[in-house]
Write a protein that binds this ligand. Sequence first.
Ligand code: PGA
Length: 252
Amino acid sequence: MRKPVIAGNWKMYKLIADSVATVLALKPLVANANHCEVVVAPVFTAIKTVTDRLEGSNIHVAGQDCSTESKHGAHTGEVAADMLRDAGASHVIVGHSERRHLYHESDSFVNRKAQAGLAAGLTVIMCVGETLEQREGGMAERVVRGQLEGGLRDLTASDLDRIIIAYEPVWAIGTGRTATPEQAQEMHAFVRRVFAGRFSQEAASRLRILYGGSVKPDNIAGLMKQADVDGALVGGASLDAETFARIVHYDR
Ligand code: PGA
């Protein structure tokens, strides 16, 4: 059985004090959430303080991004994956659509970040997803296949248990317009088929595929009922501990 993952992506929100207050509020609310893995992704500057305050809890911490470079060196502004690990993170998000669209990250760039994250021992949450224009042009599957094939290039069988895919249709992110459970299921099944073709059926049956895009307490249950939806990557609704905890405790 695939253990679901409910991950909160805080994006560029919250100073350290607010990040700590949020996880301290979240901790008791999800302490008994054994049905899933709970992850939060604060900004880089808050990671160390947050992980220190979460010592011994079941909440994992993710970086929202990492450098393509593993070797420490002259890369002003970059944060290496092993630095995230050093600060206490166990996961890293790569290829979020905001990185792809606002900062022009290509599939091969995302692939290098994934490799860097894996090499540092992190679990990598790789985001894929089409824009509205691509969906309306009948291109959704072709786009997502390209992102998967490019992003997963050169990964080996031993890496696969530390890869999580987040399908996040760009048109659903921050818009309040969620994919329907059926739309999500259709694309998640497609992601699993592509993964099976690239690696193996066995690896694909273990792959966790998260849905992201306007996930809220009132739509999570319908999404989680789908056979190939193994969790959620939550943006806006993860900023408030109580709301995020309601998503973690979706109706099962
Ligand atoms: P949202 O963001 O839940 O605010 O739509 C999701 C994401 O960007 O990961």
